[in-house]
Design a protein around this ligand. Structure first.
Ligand code: FES
Length: 335
């Protein structure tokens, strides 16, 4: 579809300048972003449902740092650097020896009651405490209590889990997510389950991905199918949109599919007016959330380098809908 720009009204929108080019390309800037942002703020790293049972673990790569997330015997999530305190071997190794490759957000597995280092078999509890080291006796120079795994902050909201690599120096997850918690308060995010996950590689800096999500100036030309469902996206150059208050869809539509409709029930508690709205939110540094009346598209950004970002998109639905024999998320995923 071609947009005839002569048909579009001109408005007095304010032009926002981009950052200088090196902010998107430089290794030095990327290193500073790691220190100042990715390692200091709460980083969305997955869904709690990915670790359903005690002993289940997941290894994720947070901007170059390998982090081991494990569900302990009490059902609580714990997170540690995936590094043994003895000689630094990775505690959980991937099935391939290449580490996390492009296209992988991480890998998962299961520990039986404890974490055993594959190199010299030091054994750690799920809380990170060193429980045993073969053939070594405790002495003045070797005290188990001094050799727990280096811990990483972990907290949850809405069924997502977040990691913080310097938890002692930062605010709470609640402080960071205040806006998202307000916008999505009426939705049962924690109860939802992932029906489909897609992962894609973007040869672009993470800030460009977020900037693109943060505006709808491109929507008329790039997303004509979306503008059919949400006409305001192509009006006024996509300005004056309040995603926190909900964006109104075309009359008779209620979700993001090609028809704008679905056979799924809306989330419990939505009013008949709210069913025709769509909510969106960015939670820096790496989470973008798009909420329709019957599903959520949750985007997580994994910055790999200044010029490369992996994006995972989880499509979340209500378990009652997923239990239906005719449940099929394809209409949403295809759209
Ligand atoms: S490196 Fe882990 S036990 Fe030696």
């Amino acid at each position: 579809m071609t947009i005839d720009t002569k048909e579009l009204p001109s408005i007095d929108a304010e032009l926002q300048e981009s950052l200088p080019a090196h902010y998107y390309l430089s290794d030095d800037v990327f290193s500073r972003e790691k220190e100042a942002m990715f390692f200091r703020e709460w980083f969305c790293a997955g869904r709690e449902e990915q670790l359903p049972k005690p002993g289940d673990y997941l290894v994720v790569n947070v901007v170059g740092e390998s982090i081991l997330v494990v569900r302990d015997l009490d059902g609580r999530l714990r997170a540690h650097y995936n590094v043994c305190r003895h000689r630094g071997c990775q505690l959980a190794l991937p099935a391939t020896t290449q580490g996390i490759e492009e296209g992988m957000a991480g890998w998962s597995g299961h520990f039986n009651r404890a974490i055993r280092c594959p190199y010299h078999s030091w054994v750690y509890g799920f809380d990170g405490s060193l429980r045993g080291a073969p053939f070594l006796r405790e002495s003045e120079g070797f005290r188990k209590e001094d050799l727990s795994l280096y811990s990483v902050g972990i907290d949850t909201w809405g069924g997502f889990f977040f990691l913080n690599l310097t938890p002692e120096t930062v605010g709470t997850l609640h402080d960071q997510l205040k806006k998202a918690m307000t916008v999505f308060a009426r939705f049962p995010l924690r109860d939802l389950r992932t029906a489909r996950r897609i992962t894609y590689e973007v040869d672009a800096n993470w800030k460009l991905v977020m900037e693109n999500y943060n505006e709808c100036y491109h929507c008329a030309g790039v997303h004509p199918e979306l503008c059919t469902i949400v006409p305001v996206f192509k009006q006024k150059g996509g300005s004056d949109l309040d995603f926190g208050a909900g964006i109104r869809q075309r009359e008779g539509t209620s979700t993001y599919t090609f028809s704008g409709t679905s056979s799924r029930a809306p989330f419990p508690g939505l009013t008949s007016d709210e069913v025709s709205l769509h909510w969106g939110n960015i939670s820096y540094p790496n989470m973008m959330t798009s909420v329709s009346s019957d599903h959520v598209a949750a985007f997580t950004l994994w910055s790999r380098s200044p010029g490369h970002t992996t994006v995972t998109c989880d499509f979340l639905f209500h378990p009652l809908e997923m239990a239906r024999s005719d449940f099929d998320p394809s209409d949403v995923v295809d759209f």
